[in-house]
Design a protein around this ligand. Structure first.
Ligand SMILES: Cc1cc2nc3c(=O)[nH]c(=O)nc-3n(C[C@H](O)[C@H](O)[C@H](O)COP(=O)(O)O)c2cc1C
Ligand SMILES: Nc1ncnc2c1ncn2[C@@H]1O[C@H](COP(=O)(O)OP(=O)(O)OP(=O)(O)O)[C@@H](O)[C@H]1O
Ligand SMILES: [Mg+2]
Length: 501
């Protein structure tokens, strides 16, 4: 059987493991259910193309096992009922690939022209189907909470969803298609990396090639290096941070941040937390208002409770400490729990870790890189060896000292600019004034100024009880701050408010 042979001859150990696991799931399903009781949901996409060939191989191996036959030939027909939900908004390339594949591999295609739910209801009423094979993978929005065998959801007709490639990464999919040299839909060679309908899918901008001619060109899908971004052509992806900022907060100018440190060593006084201070300064310098800093124990529940609280009241939560492979590194588990999702192996992330700890990595394992499922976005920057982890409005920083934080911050700033949210991370200008007026004398002009310039942040502090008061004015542009300073100076005698360097 050509697929089994191609994988057998390949030297890609990881692909072999993935293949064997998927074949195991398929052959178990074929043992549990009769051939009339299973169906394959095929839509011509890359994931279902992988599954098509895995099913062909799995069926062949299953039959071989049953008959102990030594036949090594191919398959001229494919006996698993194959369903395709055809829609007027499908790409013509997808339709023609689906029909061509059906012809090439002897597939009897059941074309369903209803929505998924009604179509499945009718199908299950008319046939004894009990299990349906799907090309769903972890990372797909619909994969959340699914296992390799997952009963259909409440409200759906009852059947078993069988997901043999649930734990495959984008890279695994392409490794398989290219190793087996099988045909796939032509759109993938034109920069499409994940295909929905004609209304919501464009080529992935990350594959765009700079070309002098007027027509934009794209590299093929298998060249996308960060598989996490395979859906970048599916949704309008112009926000890494802005998207997650709640609509309420967009009404007020200042964005709210919360900073959380995780570490028993900080609480016991064994280690000093320098990151919190540095992060607060950085956030303030770009116009954010830090609402709270907290230090937590290395405890899943402490982390989840605090993250849950902060994520609902702040625009963005920054958390650091407790990130890594040690037993005490529970931050990601806490974040997952706060969002009510589980930790799931993330192969794109493992790929990055592999470069760091290659000698400890067997190539088969994928448990080492577990991330909160369905809510994680990896923010990769070429200056970082491991991407930053973003779970909705929680950013998990891996930094353990201020130098590392500096670098992560720089990358985060650049990445969020790339994401189109320039105004959120741009440096906010500020001006500091010093005055020897007393608190009582300064209070009134300052509160009036606050009313006149509601868009300017006014902060006051002193370095010693007897020393001068320092007034900090921060805003979106210099002109506005200068006007505020001028207005303040008009309220008192000349020379009372002195600029500080
Ligand atoms: C064969 C098949 C079975 C499905 N079973 C379920 C299910 O059990 N529960 C569910 O929420 N969605 C199920 N879906 C729907 C998919 O998750 C679907 O892709 C998702 O709802 C997104 O739909 P969209 O194409 O409108 O974005 C199923 C789809 C197919 C093709
Ligand atoms: N219109 C459809 N008809 C039949 N099955 C479908 C349809 N849409 C989705 N599916 C099933 O859901 C699975 C997941 O769909 P998804 O779009 O994530 O993957 P894909 O289409 O195979 O690849 P890609 O991610 O490149 O679009 C498919 O592999 C297929 O099993
Ligand atoms: Mg698709």
């Amino acid at each position: 059987m050509e697929i089994d042979k191609a994988i057998g001859e390949s030297e890609d150990k990881r692909l072999k493991t993935k293949y064997n696991n998927a074949i195991f799931v398929i052959t178990r399903a074929l043992s549990l259910y009769s051939i009339e009781e299973v169906a394959f949901s095929f839509n011509g996409g890359k994931d279902s193309t992988v599954l098509l060939h895995l099913l062909r191989a799995g069926y062949f191996l299953h039959k071989k096992e049953l008959s102990a036959s030594s036949s090594n030939g191919g398959l001229s027909t494919f006996p698993v009922r194959t369903i395709y939900f055809e829609s007027p908004s499908a790409f013509t390339e997808i339709n023609s690939f689906t029909y061509d594949a059906a012809q090439t591999y002897g597939i009897q295609l059941d074309i369903i022209r209803q929505d998924f739910k009604s179509g499945l209801e009718a199908l299950l009423n008319a046939n004894p189907i009990r299990a349906i094979f799907l090309g769903v993978r972890i990372g797909d929005p619909t994969a959340v909470g699914q296992e390799q065998f997952s009963p259909s959801s409440p409200g759906w007709p009852p059947f078993m969803r069988v997901n043999p490639i649930l734990d495959w990464s984008y890279r695994d999919v392409w490794a398989f298609l290219l190793t087996c040299k099988v045909k796939y839909c032509s759109l993938y060679d034109q920069g499409y990396t994940s295909i929905g309908s004609i209304h919501d899918t464009v080529p992935n901008a990350l594959l765009s090639v700079n070309d002098t001619s007027s027509k934009e060109k794209f590299k093929p899908a298998y060249l996308l290096s960060d598989g996490r971004l395979e859906r970048a052509g599916r949704v309008k992806k112009n926000a890494l941070i802005k998207n997650d900022v709640g609509s309420d907060s967009q009404k007020h100018e200042v964005l709210l941040a919360s900073v959380i440190a995780v570490g028993d060593e900080i609480l016991s006084g064994t280690a000093e937390d320098q990151l919190g201070l540095s992060l607060c300064k950085k956030l303030t310098s770009v116009g954010w208002s830090v609402q709270q800093t907290s230090v937590l124990r290395n405890d899943v529940d402490s982390v989840s409770e605090e993250v849950d609280r902060q994520r609902s009241i702040c625009d963005m939560v920054f958390i650091y400490g407790g990130v890594g492979p040690l037993h005490s590194d529970v931050t990601l588990a806490g974040v997952a729990k706060a969002f009510g999702v589980r930790l799931a192996p993330d192969e794109e992330f493992e790929e990055y870790l592999r470069h760091l700890i290659s000698e400890h990595c067997t190539g088969d394992r994928n448990e080492m890189a577990q991330l909160p499922e369905g809510i994680t976005e990896l923010l990769h920057h070429e200056k970082l060896s491991v991407p930053l982890i973003k779970c909705r409005n929680v950013i998990v920083l891996a930094a353990t000292n201020t130098e590392e934080l500096e670098k992560e911050w720089e990358c985060l700033t650049e990445l969020t600019k790339l994401g189109g949210s320039t105004s959120l991370m741009e440096l906010y200008p500020s001006r500091r004034l010093m005055t020897s007026l007393t608190d009582v004398e300064v209070a009134e002009p300052l509160s009036k100024l606050g009313l006149e310039f509601p868009d300017i942040y006014l902060g006051c502090y002193r370095k010693s009880r007897q020393g001068p008061i320092i007034i900090c004015l921060k805003g979106k542009d210099n002109a506005r701050i200068d006007s505020a300073v001028e207005a303040l100076r008009k309220k008192s005698k000349e020379g009372v408010f002195v600029d500080m360097k």
